[in-house]
Design a protein around this ligand. Sequence first.
Ligand code: PGA
Length: 244
Amino acid sequence: MGIKMIVLNTPEDVGSFAADLFELEIKARPACVLGLATGSTPLPLYRQLVARCKEGRIDFSRVRTFNLDEYEGLAPDHPQSYRRFMQENLFDHINIKPENTHVPDGLAADPEAMFADYERQIADCGGVDVQLLGIGHDGHIGFNEPGEAFELGTHCVDLKPETIEANKRFFEGNEDLVPKQAYTMGIKTIMQARKVLMVANGKDKAEIVKKAFFGPVTPEVPASILQMHPDFILVGDEEALSLI
Ligand code: PGA
């Protein structure tokens, strides 16, 4: 137990550090299982992974991936779906096999069956080796919003008004277009990963980073549970870690 924290100068440095960690993991375990995240914070990491794959430094041909979450009701090719985000920012540019990439199905006819299947597929791959996470301003990880039970696996959540507000910028600024529910790995799923890597950048994350990792462990701050993870590493820029 114990949190490792790395403070770096810029978001680009955070991306490079995270890419080093992924590169080491893939070289040590070519068929490793990566848990991936969307959002703006992982983008420098994904740019690095694409560049390193093109240079022949990283081989994704045997890597398996599972994304944290997806909006309910969005088709894989919807401009704001997380599947599309992953294709455009990572999968389309690296030598990963499409069948080895997994994102919860926003259009699942039977969501409960899809959740069980997602958990089973992760287990069949031997579990997640490294789980990447961002952190929301309210402390959410994946779409696990404040108040969520810690013991849930992949499930459906109602998005909080603040999350809808924060994400409407991607939906023509119109909150009516933002899905009101999402499918997400649960805290239990996330905590089962062997290693968890959180990336955080910017002044606007400083307050929640302090609360999550120097405050009590509580469902009101979902990320705080990571204090209990045996191999958790927080990598952030100076601004995000400025209050700790
Ligand atoms: P961000 O999102 O990387 O775009 O800040 C983080 C999150 O909400 O998990």
